[in-house]
Every structure is written in structure tokens, then in C-alpha cells.
Design a protein around this ligand. Structure first.
Ligand code: IVH
Length: 694
């Protein structure tokens, strides 16, 4: 008994806490347009509350959040009482919850009755009720708490696709009163424009020594902010749009028997009704629809966060009715969240093989977009400043589909007092502590210490990678071990490693040590173009390496060639030629070459000089600067393998390769269209294998 009462007193405490938390976050979300937690985290609170209330019905009160939706309104816009309440929907978080809902529906209907379901996209925007009297738009109201919303007519009237006056097609009678419910949303491109404009403003602010202003984090919040403007001209400039999906109060007009008829009616009156709506006759088909749209959600020009499934037959809806907060005849199937909030524990920097220094976010582990995220690049110093993220901030992390995780921005309301902006370090994190410099007018900071161990490790990792010497089993971890033990100081040292040395390293036994040495030995006969690529000369990628190998035949001829001779090779040019002669002029680099020669690496193997035509039919777009390729080099590498490299991203694009300072619009477009985004290492692997990772 004692255990039971302890359990129920825990439930009372947790219930009170959840009520307080939910009320607080509803206020932040619905009224302030400034949520502090992601939708998924909020949903979790609501679910927990419902479970407690299911097990302890005595805790349910009239004011319980589970009996209400939304938040009470603020007095900025006049209140509007909804004559037909704007209820929320229950959620299904996975397949089994969807099936359970389907079973409840069938159980609630007379035995043997057939059911049809209307599947609709769940638009991630703001619910709106549009009221037409005798065909004229007289009022637009937000949902508010479901009973009372806010009058935003003046602002909604600026939305081009919202009909202001209805014209009936032949034979159709317009109801005296027609309430159309739907979602106001900001299309992704309009959001990107708004965000870019705010970022530009912030660049100017920072330059003028002022603080940057918050940049909208996602289309939903930006849409909400746009709708709540005091000045309708501002709303008009934002490009909001609308999808109609439900009727509210209706007086007069045609009589409908099914939901899909109501949608067709709305379409005939000129309302935008989403073209992807489908009527199906089983929960299995609903499930297939959900799976399809979960997969393809990024191909849409607006954001969706799930699928809404509604029973089609209006009489059946009557039979099922409502719970305290939602209809029993509909359910929202929620996609796994692609945005979560988490703690930004630190901002650290990493040093690439050419010395480029990249800041990255160290995050409290968070499951988002289908995987755990602990780190995310922050690109460069300006990006950190523009986003105004500081270690200790709660940040919004986004990982949409296959794309690289991104820190969207801080949740300013949760910023601890006195949190200092992050300052870019002035020295390299490696033991040599080389000086970091950022040349005037450049976005990248570099470590200029030639002996920098971090750069050295990265060079070795690159040397051993798939597109270069392809040494199996020599990954990052082993390279760090070899380097820490002092066994390698450049890639040439790999060839004199011994079993005895490897056995001193953690995780190595005789078999694994032998295996690694065999793999290293096997790399000695790699063809010349691979060796040239592996050297890690800035701008010298696979294509130019191929061209040079064919033109000169062996490494010595290339080493001794003049800059002009190198530049005259088709596909090489001045930039690469200068980089090559500069590289060979460094004594340490020459020493590395000699180590390779002494250990028997072949420098004139042209065996597989014909490039595999593994990119035929592929469209690979490149944006930003890459370390191993000059401007045209990456495109040439694609074309040399039979692929195409157009200048812009479209539906036909198979992958987007992203270097430093990528074009924002290309990246955004690729993300919208769900196109895989590759970094340089993945690009080199793609050239090698013809396979797009992911
Ligand atoms: S129907 C009683 N249909 O999702 C039916 N809602 O979690 C009420 N939403 O408040 C809503 N797309 O803001 C419906 N196709 C759709 C929707 C949709 C997005 C939103 C709406 C609603 C919330 C429910």
C-alpha cells in the first residue's frame, strides 16, 4: 500500500508540474510566437499528462490543459468567439498508434460498415478560420484556445490566395454563412528570403557595432510573426499562403455527405485545396500514404510535419463524435521531429589538411531527423557571429532528411544571464599552438604553422582515403594513434611501420597489425593519378591528377616541370600549376616523396588511367570552395566521368557537393527537394565509386 500511495503522490506532483509547463509553453508558442522547446518535446509533455490523467482520473479538472487547446489570447487583436470550436487533433506517433486509431474508429461504428479515409498533408503553419457572409470575407480568426481566437482579418486579407469575395460556378449556391478552416503558412522560399534579408541587416548591424537581431528559425514561426504584425503592409510583403481543409459553421448552401465533397466544393469556389489529398479505403493505404510523404516531404515548397487522416463519411463522423479535446474521427500522424532544442556545450575548432579552421558546435546529444546529433559545423567565424550562438545557449538543431545537421539559432529566452559571445581562438588547438589568421576580405581562418600536427593528421587521413591511396583499415582513429605515438610524421612514414610498433597501440593484435601493413604495402602500386591526388596539394583533385599523369607519365617529370609546362596541360591551368610548384618547393614535401620512393612506391604506374564512366546520367551540382579542386576542377571531374554538373539545383539534381561558403540558395533548394548534400570527402568517394552515399 505504501508503494501505491508513494506512486500516486508522485503522480500528483508530476501532474501539477506538467500543467504548469504545458501552460507556459502554450503561451510561448501560441501567443508569443517564440517557442522554447520543439514541437516534439511539447507533444511529449502533453502525452505524459494524458497518461497520468488516464491512470488518475481524479486529477482531471476543467482547467486541465488536456481539455483545452492552444493558449488563452493576448489583447493585441480583438477576441473572436468561434461558433464551431476549433479543436485540436490527437496524435499518432507511429504505425501501431495509427492502427490502434483505425481499430477504435471501426469499433465505434455499426458492425460491418465500410470506412473511407481522407489523407491530407499536415501543413506546419497556423490554423485559421475564414468567415464569409453572403460570399464576402468578413472575418479571419486564429485558433487561440479553440473557443476564442484573435481577429486578424486585416492581415489575412493581404494573402493573395485567400478569396475576398466568392463567385459561385453555374448551379452552385453559396451558403449564407461559410466558415472555411485551413492553414496559413509561409512557403519555404518566402521564409528563406525573409531570413536572408534579416541576416543582411545583421551583417550591417554587426559592422556598425550593434547587436544582431533574432533571425526567424523556421517557416512556422516566421509565418506566425508575419501574421501578427500591427501593420498589414508588413504582412503583405511576406508572401503568406493558405490551404483550406475543413468546414466550420455553415448556414445554407449545398448538403454534403462526405468530407471530400466539401473539399471539392471549396475548390470550386476558388479556395486553394492541396492537390496531394487522397481518399483511401483502408488503414494500410493510409499507412502507405504516410510513409510516402514522410519520404518525400522535402520535395514540397512548404513544410509539413505529418499527415492528417479524417473519416470521409460525415454521418459516421457524427456517430463517433468528440472527446474533450479532439474529434474521434480524425488523427494527426506525426513525422519524427527534424528540429529539436538542445544545449550548446561548447564551440570548438577543427583544422583541415590545408590549414583551414572550421568552428563546430559540441552539442548535448539529441535525436533529430532520424539520428543522434552531437556535433554540427558552424562553417566560419561570421556564421557564428550571425547566428549569435554562445556556449551555454539552448539552441535549435535541425536535421532534415539526409542533410548535414545544422544549428539554426539560439533560444534567446533561455539564455543564461551574462553569457559571453564566443571569440574565435587566436591559436591552433594542436600542441604547437600555431597562429591563426584570417586574411582581410576572406571568410576562412587558417592555421599558418607549416608543422601543425592537426594538419599533418588530416593529410595522412586524406592520403589513406578511398579516392586516394585507398588503404583499408587506416581510418581517423588509427591515424591519431600512430601520430600520438610518434610513429608517423608524414604519410611517407606509413611505409616503414612495423608490426612491433602497431602492437603497442590499443586495439591491435598480430592479425590486425599484419592486415594493416599488407594494406599499406598494397597501396605502393596505386596508379600515378591516385598518388598525385593523395599528396594533398591544394586544388589538385582527381581530374587534374589524371591529366598530369597522362601528360607527363611519371612523378619525377611532374616534379621537375616548370609552372608554365604544368599550366599548359588541358584541365590544369595557372592556379593548380602554381600550387603544385609551390608544394614541391617545400623541403619537407620532397622528403616525404623520397620516403615513398625508398620504400618502393611506384611513381609511373599509368595502368588504369582511363577514368571509369561511373557518373553517366548523374547531375551533380557543386557549390562553395573545395580544398582539393579549383573552381572548374570539381565540375571537370564530374564531366570526365560522364556526369553533368549544372550551375543550379533542380529536381533533376542527384547530389549537391558543398564546400566552404556555399551558395545559400543552392543549399536551401537541395534541402527543400531532399537532395543528398555531400562534403568533399564524400564527393571524392563518389568520383571513385559512382555511388551517392546516404
Ligand atoms: S483538420 C477538427 N487538416 O494541425 C479538425 N488540421 O494538430 C481540425 N493542420 O489545428 C484540423 N494541416 O493547425 C486539419 N490538413 C489538415 C491540417 C491541419 C495542418 C493543423 C491545424 C490543426 C493541427 C492539429
Amino acid at each position: 500500500m505504501a508503494a501505491g500511495s508513494k506512486k500516486s503522490s508522485d503522480a500528483v506532483i508530476r501532474h501539477a508540474e506538467l500543467v504548469r509547463l504545458i501552460d507556459y509553453h502554450r503561451q510561448r508558442y501560441f501567443v508569443d510566437d517564440s517557442p522554447e522547446i520543439s514541437d516534439a518535446e511539447y507533444d511529449e509533455l502533453e502525452r505524459e499528462l494524458r497518461v497520468i490523467e488516464r491512470d488518475h482520473p481524479e486529477l482531471v479538472t476543467e482547467s486541465s490543459p488536456s481539455a483545452r487547446v492552444g493558449a488563452s489570447t493576448v489583447e493585441t487583436f480583438s477576441p473572436v468567439e468561434h461558433r464551431v470550436p476549433m479543436t485540436s487533433l490527437d496524435n499518432a506517433m507511429d504505425h501501431s498508434e495509427l492502427v490502434a486509431w483505425g481499430e477504435r474508429v471501426v469499433k465505434g461504428l455499426p458492425e460491418g460498415e465500410a470506412t473511407a479515409y481522407v489523407c491530407e498533408l499536415k501543413i506546419d503553419g497556423l490554423a485559421m478560420s475564414l468567415r464569409y457572409e453572403n460570399g464576402v470575407l468578413v472575418q479571419a480568426a486564429t485558433r487561440g484556445d479553440g473557443r476564442v481566437g484573435e481577429d486578424v482579418t486585416a492581415n489575412v486579407a493581404t494573402i493573395a490566395v485567400v478569396p475576398k469575395m466568392l463567385t459561385a460556378p453555374e448551379g452552385v449556391v453559396i451558403p449564407e454563412v461559410l466558415e472555411v478552416r485551413g492553414e496559413v503558412y509561409l512557403p519555404i522560399d518566402a521564409f528563406e528570403r525573409l531570413k536572408a534579408a534579416k541576416e543582411r541587416e545583421n551583417v550591417e548591424r554587426i559592422a556598425a557595432g550593434r547587436k544582431p537581431e533574432p533571425v526567424p528559425v523556421n517557416p512556422r514561426n516566421a509565418g506566425a510573426g508575419s501574421l501578427r504584425q500591427k501593420d498589414s503592409a508588413v504582412t503583405a510583403s511576406r508572401g503568406l499562403a493558405f490551404w483550406a481543409y475543413q468546414l466550420g459553421e455553415v448556414v445554407g448552401g449545398p448538403v454534403f455527405t462526405s468530407h471530400h465533397q466539401t473539399l471539392e466544393f471549396l475548390r470550386s469556389l476558388g479556395f486553394p485545396v492541396n492537390p496531394n489529398i487522397e481518399v483511401v479505403d483502408s488503414v494500410d493505404a493510409v499507412d502507405a500514404y504516410c510513409a510516402r510523404w514522410q519520404e518525400n516531404r522535402h520535395q514540397l515548397p512548404y513544410e509539413i510535419d505529418g499527415v492528417v487522416v479524417k473519416l470521409d463519411d460525415l454521418a459516421q463522423r457524427e456517430t463517433l463524435g468528440f472527446t474533450a479535446r479532439a474529434p474521434r474521427w480524425a488523427i494527426a500522424f506525426k513525422f519524427p521531429p527534424e528540429e529539436r532544442t538542445t544545449l550548446l556545450r561548447d564551440i570548438q575548432i577543427s583544422v583541415g589538411r590545408t590549414g583551414r579552421v572550421t568552428p563546430f558546435a559540441v552539442l548535448e546529444k539529441v535525436f533529430v531527423g532520424g539520428s543522434n546529433v552531437e556535433m554540427a559545423t558552424l562553417h566560419n567565424e561570421d556564421q557564428v557571429r550571425l547566428k549569435d550562438v554562445r556556449p551555454g545557449d539552448t539552441v535549435v538543431v535541425r536535421k532534415a532528411g539526409d542533410v548535414i545537421p545544422e544549428v539554426v539559432g539560439p533560444v534567446l529566452a533561455l539564455r543564461p544571464e551574462g553569457l559571453e559571445p564566443w571569440a574565435f581562438p587566436s591559436v591552433c588547438p594542436c600542441p604547437m599552438k600555431g597562429e591563426l589568421t584570417r586574411p582581410e576580405g576572406e571568410a576562412n581562418t587558417r592555421c599558418i604553422e607549416p608543422g601543425c600536427p592537426s594538419q599533418r593528421d588530416q593529410r595522412i587521413i586524406y592520403f589513406a582515403s578511398r579516392g586516394a591511396m585507398d588503404i583499408e583499415g587506416l581510418g581517423e582513429k588509427t591515424v591519431f594513434q600512430l601520430s600520438d605515438a610518434g610513429f608517423v610524421s608524414d604519410p611517407g612514414d606509413l611505409y616503414s611501420l612495423t608490426v612491433e610498433q602497431l602492437l603497442t597501440l590499443d586495439g591491435f593484435a598480430s592479425i590486425s597489425a599484419e592486415k594493416l601493413l599488407t594494406a599499406i604495402d598494397g597501396s605502393k602500386s596505386r596508379p600515378l593519378p591516385k598518388i598525385l591526388t593523395a599528396l594533398g596539394v591544394k586544388h589538385l583533385g582527381p581530374s587534374a591528377s589524371e591529366a598530369l599523369a597522362l601528360a607527363f607519365g611519371n612523378l619525377d617529370a611532374i616534379m621537375n616541370a616548370s609552372q608554365a609546362d604544368l599550366a599548359s596541360v588541358e584541365g590544369v591551368g595557372e592556379v593548380i600549376a602554381a600550387s603544385i610548384t609551390g608544394w614541391f618547393a617545400v623541403p619537407d614535401n620532397r622528403a616525404f616523396i623520397e620516403k615513398m620512393r625508398d620504400s618502393g612506391v611506384e611513381f609511373g604506374n599509368l595502368e588504369v588511367s582511363r577514368l571509369p564512366q561511373n557518373l553517366v546520367g548523374r547531375n551533380i551540382v557543386v557549390t562553395g570552395s573545395l580544398d582539393g579542386f579549383d573552381r572548374d576542377g570539381a565540375e571537370r571531374a564530374i564531366k570526365d566521368r560522364g556526369g553533368k554538373s549544372p550551375g543550379s539545383v533542380s529536381k533533376k539534381t542527384d547530389a549537391l557537393v558543398v564546400g566552404a561558403e556555399p551558395g545559400a540558395s543552392k543549399l536551401t533548394k537541395a534541402q527543400e527537394l531532399g537532395i543528398p548534400v555531400l562534403d568533399e570527402a564524400q564527393f571524392v568517394a563518389l568520383l571513385e565509386t559512382g555511388e551517392i552515399p546516404g
